[in-house]
Structure formats: structure tokens, C-alpha cells
Design a binder for this molecule. Structure first.
Ligand code: S3P
Ligand code: PEP
Length: 430
């Protein structure tokens, strides 16, 4: 049995300094760039996020298992060693490695957690096959596990890819582009979701000396060499968002998050603008950001989160907790993340009497039935963000318990201990 954790907070004042770990998104890109640059590019401030630690282990070749498989060759049935790479629940690692492994000179099986086997990857596999890669599905078409042959024989340089399901497919292709013999011209079809993540990829490639051209819906990267440099991974703005919720739900708040800047590569830094609506000012000074609370009536009623899907749970839970009815758009991709985040939000918000209803692509939050019980048990659905987005509710609810204390490790292992620094108490059970 996994331990649960019970969280409470005696006062509604939140003050303290929290040093956040490195961005999982930046770190995973930097690690792939490091590996493909053959050591020319180094990564500085590697994230503690489990997804990043795992990817670092794989790319730096310590976390691999060997699998005995039987193959038929000219001399009959033989046993062959095949590397089995299991990336657990790490979505970016799954997508980035799928592309990366087509360039390596061995055949591998790439798999993940039970949930990963439900997260689609067909769009990326089709694009890689169009380039010339050999990839086969081991179980269900369109989903991991994959058997990736390596040694891509590139047959096309221009390919098309759908942009509205996951930007991670596009990032995966852009990351390998400088190493493709013919380079890459990627034509993005339809609306591009999670746009800041593609911009992050291109900026990080640029830091590594890789130039690109982006005209209309075509991104081109020629075959080219990396420069010798090191890439510094910024602290994680998605993790910072939970501190903004804590400030928003507190009566008084003064929090300092060192290392965060207003010119971050991370689109989730838009949390500063979103939370300004909830009376949180962000002052960038002393080498970080100070969060200060000035209570004010909330005006904004519509939130479009297409560019920052990882903030959806944070913002929706804050609105629910403050009894602020609002409309949300841009949530289409949430159903294929660590869990179906729409269903998970609906189930858990119902525990405080709040409804999230879906009408086409518009989601409405109805807080008219909101109530604050003395105790709530929240399920976490193998989703770190379900735990972290709901934890600030302990400011309003005397005791909140979470199904799986370890779930936060995916992106923010120190989350529970950091909460203690600002007056929360946490007790592990089981
Ligand atoms: O590229 C990245 O680092 C990410 C892109 C986003 O995914 P989608 O592009 O699938 O929305 C985001 O939700 C994920 O947490 C990280
Ligand atoms: C969606 C997320 O991660 P991934 O897709 O990398 O599993 C996330 O961290 O919220």
C-alpha cells in the first residue's frame, strides 16, 4: 500500500522562502540536447523531478535493462539481448526518446506505465516513419510499447504533423532535427496547442548553437553542429503555480521563490498574470520573485489555458475554493495527460460541492453548492498535479488527505516538505 498524507494548516498566513527544483520541461530538453551533442552541451541545475532523473539515467546509460528475446535468423531460432527502456509515467521522456532512439544504432523496446500505454503516440510514430524510421507497435496500434529499430535511413526532409493533440510530438522531432542527415522541414497542420513549449524547444536549441527558421506553419532546421556550452535549467514555473494558489487562498502571504525570472522560457510563467486577478502581485527582485497578497475583488471570468495546460488544475481549484464562477477554454488536451484531468477534477471538486461542466470546448465552474467540510479525502489518479493543486485547500479545510503521498515525485519531490516551511503540517499514513 502506498502511504497517504494528511495535510493541515493552523493559520491562514503564509510566509517563507521556497527554492524550487529545475523545470522538468527544460531539463528533459537539455538532457536530449546534451546526449545528441556528444558532450559539447552540458546541463546545469538538473531537475530533481523523477521524470528528469529517469531520463538522465537512460541517456547517460545507467537505467537500462536487457531483455532476452527470441529471433529467427538464417541459423534458426536465436536468443538476442534487446534493451528494454521503461520510462514509467514520463510523457515528455516517452515522446522525446521515441524520436531520439531512431538515431541510435541498436533496436530497443520503449515502454512505460499502464497509463503511458493509454497515451497516444501514433502521430509522432507516423511522422518518424514518414522520415524513414522503423517503429513497430508491440501491443496496441498507436500506443506504447514501441519497438524502435534505430539507424534511421532518412527518405524525406519535409513532413507534416498535426499540431492540436500534443506539442511534445513536435518538440521530439525538432530535438533530433540537427542530427538528421537531411535536416527537417516540419509542416504543422491545424492549430498548434501548447505553443510556448515549442518556443522553449527552439530557444534551447538556439542556446546550443542550433539555428531554425519558422515561417507560417513550417519550422525548418538544417543538419548542423552544436556549440560548446552549458544550458542552465531554470526553476520550475509549473511548480511555482502551487505557491501562487497558497498565496491566493491565504489571508496574508509573503512568499519568495529564488531563481525565477520574468523572462522565463516557460509559458507557465503566465501564472503571474493569471494570479494578478486574484490579488497576487509578483515582484521580481533579489534574484527571484516575491509573491505578495493584496485582497481585491476578482474580475476575470474567462480563462483560456491552451498555452498553459499544466496550470489548469491550479487555476480551476483556486476559483472553486474562492467560490468564483468562471469559464475555461483550451482544456482539450487534459484528457490524455497523466489521467483524464477533466474527469479527475469533476470527481474531486464534487467533494466540496463544486461542479465543472463540459459543453463542447467550453467548461463552466459552478460554485453555488460549495461547502467546506472538516475533512476531505482526495484521490490522486497517479497525477502529481491533482495532489499539488488540491493541497492548498488545507488552508480552508481543517484536514485534507491525499491517496498517494509519493505521486508528487514526478515533477516536485520536495513538495510536502516545502509546505512545512510555510506552516503546513503533513503526516504520512500507511
Ligand atoms: O513539452 C513539454 O515539456 C510539455 C508539454 C505539454 O504537453 P502537451 O504539448 O502534450 O500539451 C505539457 O502539458 C507537459 O507537461 C510538458
Ligand atoms: C502532462 C505532464 O507531463 P507529461 O506529459 O510529460 O507526462 C505534466 O507534467 O503535467
Amino acid at each position: 500500500m502506498k502511504p497517504t498524507i494528511v495535510i493541515s494548516k493552523a493559520s491562514r498566513v503564509s510566509k517563507g522562502t521556497i527554492q524550487l527544483t529545475g523545470s522538468k520541461s527544460e531539463c528533459n530538453r537539455a538532457l536530449v540536447i546534451e546526449a545528441l551533442s556528444k558532450g559539447k552541451v552540458k546541463v546545469d541545475n538538473v531537475s530533481d523531478a523523477a521524470d528528469a532523473v529517469l531520463l538522465a539515467g537512460i541517456l547517460r546509460k545507467s537505467e537500462v535493462e536487457s531483455l532476452k528475446t527470441e529471433v529467427v535468423s538464417d541459423s534458426g531460432l536465436e536468443t538476442q539481448d534487446l534493451r528494454l527502456i521503461n520510462i514509467g509515467p514520463a510523457g515528455t521522456a516517452m515522446r522525446f526518446l521515441t524520436a531520439y532512439l531512431t538515431l541510435q544504432n541498436e533496436e530497443v523496446i520503449l515502454t512505460g506505465s499502464a497509463r503511458m500505454k493509454e497515451r497516444p503516440i501514433g502521430i509522432l510514430v507516423d511522422a518518424l516513419r514518414d522520415l524513414g524510421a522503423e517503429i513497430a507497435y508491440e501491443e496496441k496500434d498507436g500506443y506504447p510499447p514501441l519497438r524502435i529499430a534505430g539507424n534511421i535511413q532518412q527518405k524525406a526532409e519535409r513532413i507534416r504533423i498535426k499540431g492540436d493533440i500534443s506539442s511534445q510530438y513536435i518538440t521530439a522531432l525538432l530535438l533530433i532535427a540537427p542530427n538528421l542527415p537531411l535536416g527537417l522541414e516540419l509542416e504543422i497542420e491545424g492549430e498548434l496547442t501548447s505553443l510556448p513549449y515549442v518556443e522553449m524547444t527552439l530557444s534551447m536549441l538556439q542556446q546550443a548553437g542550433i539555428q531554425h527558421n519558422w515561417t507560417d506553419n513550417v519550422i525548418s532546421i538544417a543538419k548542423q553542429d552544436y556549440k560548446e556550452t552549458s544550458i542552465w535549467v531554470e526553476p520550475d514555473w509549473s511548480a511555482a503555480s502551487y505557491w501562487y494558489s497558497i498565496a491566493a487562498l491565504s489571508d496574508e502571504a509573503e512568499l519568495f521563490l529564488p531563481g525565477l525570472t520574468s523572462y522565463s522560457l516557460q509559458g507557465d510563467s503566465v501564472i503571474t498574470e493569471i494570479m494578478a486577478n486574484f490579488g497576487i502581485t509578483s515582484q521580481f527582485r533579489d534574484g527571484g520573485v516575491h509573491l505578495l497578497k493584496e485582497p481585491k475583488p476578482i474580475q476575470r471570468k474567462i480563462f483560456d489555458l491552451k498555452s498553459c495546460p499544466d496550470l489548469a488544475q491550479t487555476v480551476i481549484v483556486v476559483c472553486a475554493a474562492l467560490g468564483h464562477d468562471a469559464t475555461f477554454t483550451g482544456l482539450e488536451t487534459l484528457k490524455i495527460k497523466e489521467t483524464d484531468r477533466i474527469a479527475a477534477l469533476q470527481n474531486e471538486l464534487a467533494k466540496i460541492g463544486v461542479k465543472l461542466t463540459e459543453k463542447g470546448q467550453v467548461y463552466k465552474l459552478d460554485t453555488s453548492g460549495k461547502h467546506i467540510p472538516d475533512y476531505v479525502y482526495f484521490n490522486t489518479y497517479h497525477d502529481h498535479r491533482m495532489a499539488m493543486a488540491f493541497a492548498p485547500l488545507a488552508i480552508l479545510i481543517p484536514q485534507v488527505e491525499f491517496e498517494d503521498a509519493n505521486v508528487v515525485e514526478k515533477s516536485y519531490p520536495a513538495f510536502w516538505t516545502d509546505l512545512e516551511k510555510v506552516g503546513f503540517s503533513g503526516t504520512l499514513k500507511g
